[in-house]
Design a protein around this ligand. Structure first.
Ligand code: SAM
Length: 534
């Protein structure tokens, strides 16, 4: 039988099952083509999944899981924390920073761990290899990385350790992180009603396989048509996926259902690496209540420049985890933006008390989505915030560099009138923010902006440290050179000041501030030389 419903006007030969649509190849090509620019240009949203608040919440969940896995006779083998579709590495860095700090306090009561960043784009791995923020983690052995394609790979090759992890190798459970990941990899689409399931097929309007689009704009202009074909047999090999499909077939009414078969297969492959199961922490724009998948219309594509995302079916992850005897932790409250789910694919999940408690505390009571809502609210009225409120919000945000940058004008407006103790608090806050800073090639020069603020409150040595950071990241710039000269002027180092200003004038002979201060310096020097020695 090949019954079809939906759009019959189009030639069936051009339609393919949704999971095999060229859309997914275009998506892959986008990530391969753009590499880290996908995030540095802001084309692909990543703030919610990469900010320090989210990182800290994940660190707490992981700590809970590590504590649950502690036994006094610790095996020597570490617990591997494998991040899928890592992207820029900003989240990995912040998570590892937060986790290492938390782990320090309970080091004797948790198993050892190793964080493994993975992606399927080699250029992205090369970016991590040379990133200065990751260097010390690589050197300490806490961090490693692997090229891993979720669509096909069944083992991991850790490139730093030069070690392969194959099925059955791990005597400890494996932890997996997947942020904005399940929405980026192929999924199946079904229409299910009255016990019948139809497979969604798609055709791309404006797409020519001979000349596939290579620019972001061309992808955005493609149109997608659907039609639905009856199924003779269940299109999955894995028994647990078949069981899940049968459940949906009997449960769903008038529903267009996304089925994350590649994601589920990938989790099964990772789970097979360990003899003790898997703990998944994931964040996505997702729907996890079955009733919200009932009577659901066709999926909406969120287009982000050269790629797209779909609402992820976390109910499928939950039901699949249940089929395998595990337990899914999902928010009690409905989240409009991001959903953080934790999935214990382990035996006797109810024994994982620390993990359950951490989820309750760091997701259910007040979570990533709540933090994001509050941040949006604060952004409306930053000019009304006192220094005390600025400090408090930054503490809440776990010293998020993005929020700090938004606060900078207000810091500049208030900090110069503050007392010395408060100015010291500004410095401590900046140091904490800076620890979380992970540059990915964005235009904004946070280091220089911090330097200017510190210069304005007469903390010139501290300001110079940040101008040096700016030079390290962006190379020498006129503005940072001028400010460095002003700091040396204020620190009473006229020779250094003069030499920097002269360098500035070599490149820009009309630089106004440089000319002005050089004139002052020369005037001072001539006064000094005219003084009669005693
Ligand atoms: C939307 S981005 C998410 C990046 C990051 N996790 C975040 O939260 O911002 C999707 C990531 O998945 C990666 N990716 C896409 N398809 C993949 C596949 N088949 N296997 C592994 N990674 C994949 C992309 O290269 C990209 O880094």
């Amino acid at each position: 039988m090949n019954a079809s419903i939906g759009n019959q006007e189009n030639s069936q030969s051009q339609f393919v099952p949704f999971a095999q649509s060229p859309l997914w190849q275009l998506q892959r090509a986008y990530f391969e083509r753009t590499n880290v620019k996908a995030w540095s240009t802001g084309e692909v949203p990543h703030y919610v999944t990469s900010n320090p608040y989210t990182a800290k919440a994940y660190a707490q969940l992981i700590l809970g899981f590590l504590r649950d896995n502690y036994t006094p006779q610790q095996p020597n083998a570490p617990i591997y924390i494998v991040e899928l579709g890592t992207g820029s590495g900003r989240f990995s860095y912040r998570l590892l920073l937060a986790l290492a700090q938390l782990a320090e306090t309970v080091a004797d009561h948790i198993p050892k761990f190793v964080y493994v960043m993975t992606d399927f784009v080699q250029d992205t791995l090369d970016f991590w290899e040379t990133h200065p923020r990751l260097k010390s983690f690589f050197e300490s052995g806490l961090l490693d990385y692997a090229l891993f394609d979720a669509e096909k790979d069944t083992s991991l090759y850790l490139q730093k350790r030069q070690q392969t992890i194959a099925p059955g190798d791990l005597s400890q459970p494996i932890i997996t992180i997947a942020n904005y990941f399940f929405d980026a990899i192929p999924q199946q689409l079904f229409y299910i009603d009255e016990g019948q399931a139809y497979q969604g097929w798609t055709k791309l309007g404006g797409y020519n396989p001979e000349t596939p689009p290579t620019s972001n704009e061309a992808l955005a202009s493609l149109s997608i048509q659907f039609e639905y074909h009856g199924l003779d047999e269940i299109p999955f090999e894995q028994p647990s996926l078949q069981q899940l499909f049968r459940q949906y077939k009997s449960q769903m009414e008038n529903s267009y259902l996304l089925f994350p078969h590649i994601g589920l297969n990938c989790l099964l492959n990772l789970k097979a690496l360990s003899l003790k199961g898997l703990f998944l922490i994931t964040a996505d724009k997702a729907v996890h209540a079955l009733e919200k998948w009932q009577n659901r219309p066709e999926p909406q594509f969120a287009k982000h420049s050269g790629c797209f995302s779909l609402t992820v079916n976390y109910h499928a992850l939950k039901a699949h985890c249940g089929i395998l005897g595990g337990q899914a932790l999902l928010p009690k409250q409905s989240s409009l933006g991001i959903t953080v789910g934790a999935f214990l694919y382990v035996k006797n999940p109810e024994r994982y008390r620390e993990t359950l408690l951490s989820y309750q505390r760091h997701v259910n009571e007040f979570g990533v989505d709540d933090f994001f809502s509050i941040k949006k609210h604060i952004e409306q009225d930053i000019e009304s915030l006192s220094l005390r409120s600025l400090f408090a919000y930054l503490r809440l945000a776990h010293y998020d560099p993005r929020l700090f940058r938004q606060f900078l004008p207000q810091f500049r407006a208030l900090a110069s009138q503050a007392d010395v103790a408060t100015q010291q608090e500004v410095v401590r806050t900046i140091q904490r923010v800076w620890r979380n800073y992970y540059p990915i090639g964005e235009d904004e020069d946070l280091a220089a902006e911090i330097g200017i603020l510190l210069h304005e409150i007469d903390l010139h040595d501290e300001a110079l440290t940040f101008f040096k950071w700016s030079e390290k990241i962006f190379g020498p710039k006129e503005i940072t050179q001028v400010y460095q000269a002003l700091c040396h002027w204020a620190l009473d180092k006229p020779d250094v000041c003069q030499s920097i200003l002269e360098q500035v004038l070599v490149h820009n002979p009309t630089q106004r501030i440089a000319l002005h201060f050089l004139k002052k310096l020369k005037h001072q020097a001539s006064l000094a030389s005219n003084q009669v020695p005693e």
